[in-house]
Design a protein around this ligand. Sequence first.
Ligand code: PM9
Length: 460
Amino acid sequence: MTERRSWAEPWKIKMVEHLRMTTREERLAAIKEAGYNTFLLKSRDVYIDLLTDSGTNAMSDRQWAGMMLGDEAYAGSRNFYHLEKAIQDYYSYKYLVPTHQGRGAEHLISQTIIKDGDYIPGNMYFTTTRLHQELAGGTFVDIIIDEAHDTENEFPFKGNVDLAKLQALIDKVGVERIPYVAIATAVNMAGGQPISMANLKEVRKLTQKYNIPIVHDMTRVAENAWFIKIREEGYSSKSVAEIVYEICTLTDHATMSAKKDPIVNIGGFLATNDEDIYRKAQNMVVVYEGLHTYGGMAGRDMEAVAIGIAESVQDDHIRARVGQTQYLGEKLLEFGVPIVLPIGSHGVFIDAKKFLPNLEQDLLPAQTLAAEIYIEGGIRTMERGIVSGGRNKDTGEHNRPKLELVRVTLPRRVYTQSHMDVTAESIADVYARRDSIKGLRFTYEPDYLRFFQARFEPID
Ligand code: PM9
């Protein structure tokens, strides 16, 4: 008997998509043309695309079959009712308002609940979420535990809320200025770090005392549930599906980018237990997204999401999904590459400050590193540091997140272990020549979510 059995993906490949290899010269030209922003590269110039796990997933044969059952009626599509049932059965929420993707739902909830001058405490910001809070007149306040800002701290639940920070904010601004607490599962900007069930229950207790609702960013809830299953006492014999359901019952409203956990290419929704919020959001969705029984999705898209939700909470699926991330992370650690610990759920996050210690934050180390990783092996990753942090909405100064990271993100069911090996080796080669790497500076900076469209040039 071997001491340890390997896991393997609970699927096999039915169709393949060819990848294009490029030369170093071609990549140098491509990244220059893209203003050293990996978001501006053409996909055909990318070999292994680890920019994001958002909408880049491979759907199953069942999901593709479901696409053929698309009921493209303008109103009352049967796929809407299937999706509504999936959200009730797997996530416990009563009411569904579909949207084209996650930020559509963020827009609806922010405009529905936030008033000018409000504060929204949350377990770390997310780019689109915070912008929608700000556009509605709110100010985001970070209440995540300090451990989350330390890339070397191996605390198993770095997505936890610091209850003292939450209480301090309530005492300072008053409960009437806090429309809700924003709780993300598998906290993206912290490195895909989970919140524990025990901590969520504490947050629930405190917020219920003050009658403050919880808005759950459930984009990667199943991945969070996996970590609860393997790390939290009392949960090892529960299924991921049971844990997901329990998490959701501890919250009031939820926004979902279905492009992640539910393994589709487009879609999202707002879900809630509150009839009043539901009515308001349902009315608003017809202004910004589409009728309330499709909200920007085709019937076939809703069908794929409904089937994907059921697939996403299967233990075997999540074990392999998170297992692939762990595999890549361990490979990078073997090469000595500094990454966020513990290894997260949906990607490996490289600590660019440690990787490029000679570059101060104003020289945009994570942006620079993402460009270098592309040049080295045609691998596309994403900056998650000062560029993603944007500017303070009141002072106009750069927000300076403590974490200056490059996210190497894994689409679901898309790449093989060999792609992970090539990725790790390629990043190790950049690490070997790290001393010669110089920084970047902005040449163009858009007003909103600048990381998507900003352009840069190398500093000589
Ligand atoms: N996340 C990601 O790559 C795609 C856009 S930002 C580069 O991680 C959370 C936790 C997300 C998220 C998107 C959204 C917005 C909300 N919450 O992209 O609008 O990770 O579907 O969702 C991205 P949409």
